[in-house]
Design a protein around this ligand. Sequence first.
Ligand code: KIV
Ligand code: ZN
Length: 565
Amino acid sequence: MSKSFEKYIPFVPLKRPSRRWPDQEIKAAPIWCSVDLRDGNQALVDPMNLREKLEYFHTLVDIGVKEIEIGFPSASETEFEICRELIDGGHIPDDVTIQVLVQARPHLIQRTFEAIQGAKHVILHFYNSTSALQRKVVFHMDREGITKIAVDAAKLIYELSQPVIAGGMDLRFEYSPESFMGTEMDYAVEICQAVLDNLHATPEKKVILNLPTTVENCMPNYFADEIEYFIEKLPGRDCAIISLHPHNDRGCGVATAEMGLLAGAERIEATLFGNGERTGNVDIVTLALNMHTQGVDPQLDLSHINDIREMYERCTKMKVGERQPYAGSLVFTAFSGSHQDAINKGTQYMADSGSDKWEIPYLPIDPADVGRQYEPIIRINSQSGKGGAAFVMQHSFGFELPKSMHPEFGHIVQVETDRVGTELQPQRVYELFHDNYIDATAPYQLVRHSFAEFTDEGGHSHVTFAGTLRHKDTVFQVQGSGNGPIDAFFNAIHGQKMDRFTFVDYKEHAIKRGSDSQAVAYIHLQDQNRRDWFGVGMSHNINLAPLKGILSAVNRWYNATHSGE
Ligand code: KIV
Ligand code: ZN
């Protein structure tokens, strides 16, 4: 057996028995910063062109993101020009701050100042790598040398910023100790404090300290311990905004961000659908909608998730997975029968109770909140149950099958899924319903009929039915009276061969397709062996629909029990 795991150095967590973050709650949205156009873009096979970046930028603005990292303008001419177009082209609303990234290197810092000229609100984001591993294998420097890089950059940025700020730009600073998660915490505090000092941070002019899991290397609870420790030990805490920048190497980016917020972070850098280097940055959509489903306003408008997803896929040429939280094509779909039943019951419960709270099992969010109310929530395959087929009939076609009928129709649909071995589209479910119930029009047929109705002095209704029925080649007349059309019809067929049923139940409702409204009646009969027979009739005439339903049930019984004839 391979022992390849033995070469890894496990993460050493802080010992923090005094941790407080597990008892906290997320009660408000953090400051959101999108890094789609920088971290996301740099991880694309084909980075976005100007047109795509502009479209993406405007989508982020529409969503309500107020801080947007637009790129790394000193890195290439293309990046520089995109920054200039955003500023000169008047694309940046007054309430949006653009953020530009730069390494802690003097000539790049100078170039970045050139790139941002004329912008109203800017965050200048600089970074250098601080982890023990990077110091050892990449920079061959001790802590002092790494701190000097950060401090020198902070000094230069402060110096260059003074005339720009005096000229009217709202210019703020952000520092990232890149690879923070692999940095000794006492050293992370030390270098960040040195940066705060050299940027002259004050409680009025806070500096953003952005603490990334550049590579996610530990469980989210260990990371939260680090954040809590960092915040507790940072002397200039009130001069800083604590920001997180989680990546997703262990698949825990969302949990890292959420636990980091519990530990005291105030800002999150993230991307739509988690695009970014390797396994990506943390997904802003999941984070925001997780808050939404806990009754917290995320301060982002994700009510048109399909449009956002379409723009994202077109501009990045990446795909949003079918199971991606909230946005995946399958996440509002239930295949399993028991899930379908529970969703059905939840929907019914909400309608009956008039509750304004979302209480539907298996659906953590109302699909309508993200603009997905028109998708089929329930899809039918061999795993589906009795409620699923009824749900499709109701939601796609408006037929409200009585509960007692669900098992029988569910079975019909299941036999078909087993036969074809694939998912059934709603249209096929409808055809099965039509074929089995509404088209059960032989051998008994109603050729013609009439009703006479009067109400006596006591307010009681009396209905007389007279009609001509056909059974195969035999035509016969029947007549009967009762307190309603169904009763009259049953009395009329009394003594006929088809008179062997007990009437159990019936349900009728209107069904509207375009301008056409019809009555649909569901009939439940029982034969002499106490076996249930269901029938469905449809007609523009509400008196005729149940009669057709009765004949549908009788015909279904006849065809099932006389197949040898
Ligand atoms: O992941 C990272 O550490 C970064 C920094 C530049 C913030 O993207
Ligand atoms: Zn990153």
